[in-house]
Design a protein around this ligand. Structure first.
Ligand code: ZN
Ligand code: ZN
Length: 279
């Protein structure tokens, strides 16, 4: 294990959230159980084995490590990874990768998949990622991971395995798909990004941003810059049905202790202990 970057970890509902996020510094998240990550602002050495990445937007603190990640995977003889992102970013990113290939004299293979709000990406039989639209200063996406299970329909509950088999043989659908939102990620956004895909408020775990906390900021300016303020969380506090809400991407103008004090004062109990400040 090589420790090259800061990293914080939280385990909940069978998922391990690892990541770091400070505005204008770098943002990266990984959930190894789902074999996926969000954003490539930097790339801890140990994240390289994760093959699927969802990019919220292309501000540098969310994308700058793409060539580094691709070069490491190629060096370690791993398959080219799949990068899901807004289609408008693909041509400029290819230009950037070509420039790095000239500088570094090494190929940077990867598979870009253009996605847009409303799309659904099937990761495998169990997990689907729904794409939403965040509200930021460049095209920005949010992501919601659904866990799907086939559940026996109510009318067939309590019948024997043989009977179920016979019904299936007759071509009768005995089960239906049940979906549970397990993980949401908004990237950088105003509160509109949450409202655009309200199921984000229901995900077991929500990773989102709270860039500003101090009282003396202009609300209009924060909104114009596509971010959230602590006051948005105060206004929306009854809407968060999540078991865990991770607030990250704090501005570097604050110290950790100032952020903790300010948020704890404004939201005593931190949403019944569900709100985690990623510091
Ligand atoms: Zn950012
Ligand atoms: Zn941004």
């Amino acid at each position: 294990m090589v420790e090259n970057l800061p990293l914080k970890t939280l385990s909940h509902a069978g998922l391990t959230i690892e990541g770091y996020s400070r505005a204008a510094v770098q943002t990266y998240w990984r959930i190894s159980e789902l074999k996926l990550g969000f954003d490539l602002g930097a790339q801890p050495w140990d994240f390289m084995g994760t093959p699927n990445w969802f990019i919220s937007h292309t501000h540098m603190d969310h994308i700058a490590a793409l060539p580094v990640y691709l070069a490491r995977r190629r060096m370690m003889k791993m398959e080219p990874p799949t990068i899901y992102l807004s289609g408008s970013a693909i041509a400029p990113l290819n230009d950037m990768l070509n420039a790095f290939t000239r500088l570094d004299r090494g190929k940077l293979p990867c598979k870009f998949v253009a996605v847009q709000p409303g799309d659904e990406i099937e990761l495998n039989r169990e997990y689907v990622v729904q794409i939403g639209e965040s509200a930021h200063t460049v095209p920005a996406l949010s992501f919601l991971v659904w866990h799907r299970k086939n559940k026996l329909k109510e009318e067939f509950q309590g019948i024997s395995g043989t009977e179920i088999r016979d019904l299936r043989k007759d071509g009768i659908e005995v089960s239906s798909e049940q979906r549970i939102p397990i993980l949401g990620y908004t990237g950088d956004t105003t509160v509109a990004g949450l409202d655009n895909m309200p199921e984000l408020y229901q995900a077991k775990i929500l990773i989102t941003e709270m860039t500003f906390v101090a009282a003396n900021h202009s609300k209009e300016k924060i909104k114009k810059n596509g971010h959230m303020h602590l006051s948005d969380f105060i206004e929306q506090q009854d809407r968060f049905e999540n078991e865990v809400v991770i607030a990250a991407h704090f501005s570097t103008r604050y110290s950790d202790s100032f952020i903790r004090r300010t948020v704890e004062k404004a939201l005593p109990g931190l949403l019944d202990g569900r709100l985690h400040l990623w510091l």
